[in-house]
Design a protein around this ligand. Structure first.
Ligand code: BDR
Ligand code: CA
Length: 332
């Protein structure tokens, strides 16, 4: 039997909506990635199968170490973490040190890893996770540049029909952040985004249009502080640094906490308002490079498998984050 075939070959039984959604998270932690990982770990509606890392907010070495530190803080050191791509497919590397600091996760004390890295390349972790689980059962959540997902599609194209869906934090219908029109995750590797957008799987784009509303306001900070645990204090220290950086660099009064919104979309789809729309990305050299092009002219064509977030219930979103931290408690 093919090493990647499951024993039944049957789609997973989706009738039991109580079952936790099986998720692999591809990320570049990063302050908001860290909160996304804690949200996924702390919500019982998600089972985190694995974490692959990709260069983005900082170098691969730094953000992979950060993923291990977050696992130690959250008490999920049993989840495989594998280092993936160290740069984009074509573009020269860009990091976001001005927002995430020298370490990629400046602010709190970062504990040592409690478990070794998974020896596989992150791309192989993605492929193995999708191919070894029942068809239609694994959701890929990407909160960094899309390099690993694109490489996985090229290396094992059968993952495309096998995943349940792909949810990405990235892109924007309107204004960008790295450039006037391009969002960071897409701009770091536009060619990878092109591959991922054009693969024949169900994909949801959670872009800046909604994540710029997920602000860590004073009231949100109060609710997080009230949790009172070590992981909640760790999140508080993350948001102190991240908030100051966002104020200094982008003039935000309160920082937008992007990546956990993509996780929330999997936990509770009613957090977001989605619209089916054809997605594309500009690969042109010049001012539009990395811009996502979302076709919202009228209804999407039949067979369109891509959706974009156009609205967010901010209170419901933050309630999920607070509840997840409460559930995590103080791990041993
Ligand atoms: C995205 O870029 C990164 O800096 C954040 O972690 C988030 O994934 C927002 O544009
Ligand atoms: Ca990220």
């Amino acid at each position: 039997m093919d090493a990647h075939e499951d024993t039944t070959g049957q789609p997973a039984d989706r009738a039991n909506e109580e079952a936790a959604r099986a998720v692999l998270i591809d990320c570049d932690p990063g302050h908001d990635d860290a909160i996304a990982l804690l949200l996924a770990h702390g919500d019982p509606r998600i089972e985190v199968l694995g974490i692959s890392t990709v260069a983005g907010n900082q170098t691969l070495e730094k953000i992979t170490r950060n993923a291990q530190s977050i696992a130690a803080v959250g008490g999920f050191s049993g989840v495989p973490i594998a280092a993936g791509a160290s740069r984009g497919l074509v573009a020269e590397p860009i990091v976001a040190g001005e927002i995430h600091g020298e370490s990629g996760l400046d602010g709190p004390h970062l504990p040592e890893a409690q478990a070794p890295l998974d020896p596989r390349h992150g791309v192989n972790l993605i492929i193995d996770t999708v191919m070894n689980r029942p068809a239609g059962s694994v959701t890929l959540v990407a909160t960094g540049p899309l390099t690993n997902l694109a490489l996985a599609v090229r290396l094992e194209p059968r993952i495309v029909e096998r995943v349940r869906e792909v949810v990405i934090m990235g892109g924007a219908i309107a204004t960008g952040n790295l450039t006037p029109v391009a969002e960071f995750n897409i701009a770091v590797d536009p060619e990878a985004a092109h591959i991922v957008f054009h693969a024949a799987w169900d994909l949801t784009m959670v872009g800046l249009d909604v994540t710029h509303q997920a602000l860590a306001t004073t009231e949100v900070r109060r609710q997080l502080a009230e949790v009172g645990t070590h992981p909640a204090k760790f999140v508080g220290a993350l948001l102190d640094f991240y908030g100051s950086a966002y104020t200094a660099e982008q003039g935000f009064e309160f920082p937008p906490v992007h990546d956990p919104v993509a996780v929330a979309a999997v936990i509770d789809p009613s957090v977001l308002t989605l619209r089916k729309a054809h997605l594309d990305v500009s690969l042109a050299e010049g001012p539009t490079r990395g811009m996502t092009v979302v076709d919202l002219r009228g209804p999407a064509p039949d067979g369109c498998r891509t959706s974009v977030a156009v609205g967010i219930d901010v209170e419901r979103f933050w309630a999920l984050v607070v509840a997840a931290l409460q559930r995590i408690g103080d791990p041993e």
